[in-house]
Design a protein around this ligand. Structure first.
Ligand SMILES: *[C@@H]1O[C@H](CO)[C@@H](O)[C@H](O)[C@H]1NC(C)=O
Ligand SMILES: *[C@@H]1O[C@H](CO)[C@@H](O)[C@H](O)[C@H]1NC(C)=O
Length: 408
């Protein structure tokens, strides 16, 4: 009997104990939670002060999913908060004079192949800005969430010699030399001349950032593949990179590293010292800088900057023969010239292609058809190199009409 009553007593005490612990915990937790919330509010109030009193900085803006402001008022940006910055490739171009149409064909080609989110930075003459904004805005409705864009006016960080820089080469080409300063919040970008076309995804080019070592801040292709036809080795009156110089038409730029290197501080003195000896403007300045700092430059193969020189006499770009052209560079007007039929054929097909329609039927097949008409030219004889990379990414039947909507 005794053990039984003892047991009952113990159980009763245990129940009372458990009950009071539960009540105590409930009351205490309410109090603690309230306390935390109080402090939380304080922190929030404090952080909100700078955000509401001034321009939102990029990081905090991105965190909150809103992203409207940047460096200047001319900027128009359309962003999707869904996509993070790390998944984004930045493509920059400088367009002046009569280059609007050509630049838009290049930007269109970037949208066709790339699977990642793109950010276009267009720097243009004041009177060209409305045309870019209008067309790019139209494209954002055809390809929603595929890309964002910014259009900036030409801007030189120097005082005084703006006119001198403008006249240095083709109008405003020197702008590119100042991108590390002008685009102070951008880490890295792919810069291309307006007379380029993508025939492979931008991801394939961007990958080379990952292959650079810690001292390399830019990637370029050689100006030539062989000594016999090289320009720099035969004619240059100034220092240049490597045995044959580099072409600057398709340039991966790690702006962070260029700023760390104080890139801009090299540009002006080099220009002053060599201005009477340079022929190709900004490209020569880039060659001179990397002549003195070869460890800072990464060289990628010619298929990333394929020019008429690579096929007009004979096919000399091995990487393009093997894997196809990734970026076509119609320099010296070859996209618009009868002399370079194959280059013109590719450009024409890209120009006629309507974004949002089947790229197999309306781009690849059309391009092949136009290229077939150029087999009398040396470049036309090796026309497979123009479509080889593109064929890997554009396949028959892959395109579905409402694909874009499904993805989003
Ligand atoms: C550019 O360089 C900086 C500094 O070394 C590095 O943190 C960043 O990841 C680089 N950007 C790219 C795209 O490689
Ligand atoms: C990076 O590569 C270049 C070219 O091969 C070389 O000159 C340089 O010393 C390398 N830098 C580092 C930090 O390894």
């Amino acid at each position: 009997m005794l053990p039984l009553t003892m047991m009952k007593l113990v159980v009763r005490f245990a129940m009372i104990f458990v009950f009071s612990v539960l009540v105590g915990y409930f009351v205490l937790s309410k109090y603690i939670k309230y306390g935390i919330e109080e402090t939380g509010n304080e922190i929030e109030k404090n952080t909100q002060i700078p955000a509401t009193s001034g321009v939102m900085d990029k990081e905090s803006a991105e965190e909150s999913g809103h992203y409207h402001m940047n460096m200047d008022n001319n900027l128009h940006m359309y962003t999707s908060p869904k996509l993070k910055r790390l998944e984004e490739i930045v493509l920059a171009v400088v367009a002046c004079g009569d280059r609007v149409a050509e630049t838009l064909v290049m930007l269109k080609s970037a949208l066709i192949f790339s699977q990642v989110h793109l950010r276009f930075i267009v720097i243009a003459d004041d009177d060209l800005i409305p045309s870019f904004k209008e067309k790019l805005k139209e494209w954002t409705t055809i390809l929603p969430n595929k890309f964002v864009f910014e259009v900036h006016p030409i801007n030189f960080p120097l005082q005084g010699n703006t006119e001198e820089w403008r006249k240095l080469f083709k109008p405003c080409a020197a702008q590119r030399l100042f991108l590390p300063t002008v685009l102070g919040s951008v880490d890295a970008l792919l810069y291309v001349d307006t007379d380029t076309l993508f025939l492979a995804p931008l991801e394939e080019i961007w990958e080379h950032f990952g292959k650079m070592n810690s001292s390399q801040m830019a990637a370029l292709t050689p100006e030539h593949e062989d000594h016999a036809t090289g320009w720099y080795n035969r004619f240059a009156r100034h220092p240049y990179y490597g045995p044959l110089g580099v072409n600057s038409g398709v340039m991966l730029m790690n702006l962070t590293r260029m700023r760390q290197f104080s890139w801009n501080e090299y540009v002006v003195p080099i220009y002053k010292e060599y201005k009477l000896k340079i022929t190709w403007g900004d490209q020569d300045i880039i060659n001179i800088i990397f002549h003195f700092h070869p460890d800072k430059l990464y060289i990628y193969p010619c298929r990333y900057n394929f020019r008429p020189d690579h096929c007009m006499y004979m096919s000399v770009c091995t990487s393009a023969e093997e894997e196809g052209v990734a970026v076509l560079h119609g320099n010296r007007g070859s996209f618009h010239s009868e002399k370079h039929m194959a280059f013109r054929a590719v450009y024409r097909a890209m120009e006629e292609y309507q974004l949002g329609t089947d790229p197999y039927m309306n781009l690849l097949l059309v391009m092949k058809k136009y290229l077939e008409e150029t087999t009398s030219s040396n470049c036309g004889k090796v026309s497979y190199i123009f479509t080889k990379a593109a064929e890997k990414f554009i396949r028959e039947g892959d395109f579905v009409e409402d694909e874009q909507e499904e993805e989003n």
